[in-house]
Design a binder for this molecule. Structure first.
Ligand code: PLP
Length: 397
């Protein structure tokens, strides 16, 4: 990713490794874990001043914690954000943005291809509070302008989407939203800020499931929201009252994980492109979807908007649902896991797991066919990943 540094400013890779929220007390090389629910004050007056925000300091970990501070400083550097909040999960981040900013009567315009639980929040939870939504089809961009309503307050998009890998032109959607005074929120989980920075295209907020590539080793559930300072301040008040806070231990793990993110993404993307190219010629593989393959319908946009194609490849096997499941059953090395973004290659059958709550019709509308397999391409040697999939395709497809 092309970096534009101010004179004297360290490069992003260095900031991710060297940025600390505080100097360590005992000269520890690594920031310690601050496993404390509360923080002490010298006297009643200091307690009052810190509690009211007049004086800087920590009060209570549901509000803030040194580990959360370090993590968010690094995430802000990554996304080029003014401010942010670490959250207990990706869904906590998404729900906090929606519930914290929307009022009864508001309307959300959302891309149809969304993560399954985000879809459930829009369709089953927000309507209970009088918040409606409309889905816009990624392929039919000419229809989007007509889908905004006077009461549309927020537009929520995911690019690339999970698991169909459809893209949305971020500069285009940011322009539509700005003309109408609508907030643009982008779920940047799949791309990570190493490949794409939505705030630079004009988004107001970015949300992440840090559970995925940002952790990268399948250890934590976590999330983040990042962006405009005023919006983040508003959401900070909401989150402090409602409590979807990330634990200091998870913040500590995530903060260290970010030190290797640029390197890991380079390998994830190189392995994923090699696997996608190889899969195209394999017996039983009907189609392969990867943003940096020339056959991807939005290949030009992918090249314009993303620094590389990402770590996820989706492919369709002939023979539908039973064939898809047989391929998973034949794997000897790759793990069958509903998670992604791990150092280990993980394989998922979305129709029967992550997107099983959708109806058949809803799945088809976002390209999740019964034989679709999602591979989160890990950091193992590419030859071993190919060998495992090759034997699973030949023996079980
Ligand atoms: N957004 C996307 C694109 C996801 O893939 C996921 C999880 O798979 C989420 C959000 C939810 O994140 P979490 O599981 O950390 O709550």
């Amino acid at each position: 990713m092309e970096q534009q540094n101010k004179p004297g400013e360290r490069r992003l890779e260095t900031q991710l490794i060297r940025t600390r929220a505080h100097p360590t007390r005992h000269r520890e090389q690594v920031t310690p874990i601050y496993m404390a629910s509360g923080f002490t004050f010298d006297n009643a007056e200091q307690a009052r001043a810190v509690y009211s925000g007049e004086q800087l300091g920590y009060v209570y970990t549901r509000w803030d914690n040194p580990n959360n501070d370090e993590l968010i400083t690094r995430l802000c550097a990554l996304e080029g954000a003014e401010a942010g909040l670490p959250m207990a999960s990706g869904m906590a981040a998404i729900f906090t943005v929606l519930a914290g900013l929307l009022n009864s009567g508001d309307h959300v315009l959302a891309s149809r291809s969304l993560f399954g639980a985000t879809h459930q929040v829009l369709t089953t939870i927000l309507p209970r509070w009088g918040i409606s939504h409309t889905y816009a089809d990624t392929e039919l961009t000419s229809t989007w302008a007509d889908l905004f309503r006077p009461e549309t307050r927020l537009c929520l998009v995911e690019t690339p989407s999970n698991p169909g890998l459809t893209l949305i032109d971020l500069a285009w959607i940011a322009g539509l939203c700005q003309e109408r005074g609508v907030l643009l929120v982008v779920d940047n989980t799949f791309a990570t800020p190493i490949l794409q920075r939505p705030l630079a295209f004009g988004a107001d907020l970015v949300v992440h499931s840090t559970t995925k590539f940002l952790d990268g080793q399948g250890r934590t559930i976590g999330g983040a929201l990042l962006g405009d300072r005023l919006l983040v301040n508003e959401l900070t008040q909401f989150a402090r009252q409602t409590g979807p806070t990330l634990s200091p231990f998870n913040s500590w793990l995530l903060s260290q994980a970010l030190e290797t993110l640029p390197l890991r993404m380079e390998r994830h993307c190189a392995n994923a492109l090699a696997l996608a190219e190889w899969l195209q010629g394999q017996p039983g593989v009907r189609s392969v979807c990867y943003p940096f393959l020339p056959s991807h319908p939005q290949h030009d946009l992918a090249r314009r908007q993303m620094a590389a194609g990402g770590g996820i490849v989706a492919f369709e096997v002939a023979g539908g649902l039973p064939a898809g499941r047989r391929v998973l059953d034949g794997l000897k090395m790759c793990d069958i896991v509903a998670n992604l973004g791990d150092a280990r290659t993980t394989v998922t059958h979305p129709a029967s797991t992550t997107h099983s709550a959708l109806t058949d019709g809803e799945r088809r509308a976002v390209g999740i066919t019964p034989g679709l397999i999602r591979v989160s391409v890990g950091l193992e040697h590419i030859d071993d990943i190919k060998a495992d999939l090759a034997q699973a395709l030949i023996n079980h497809g």
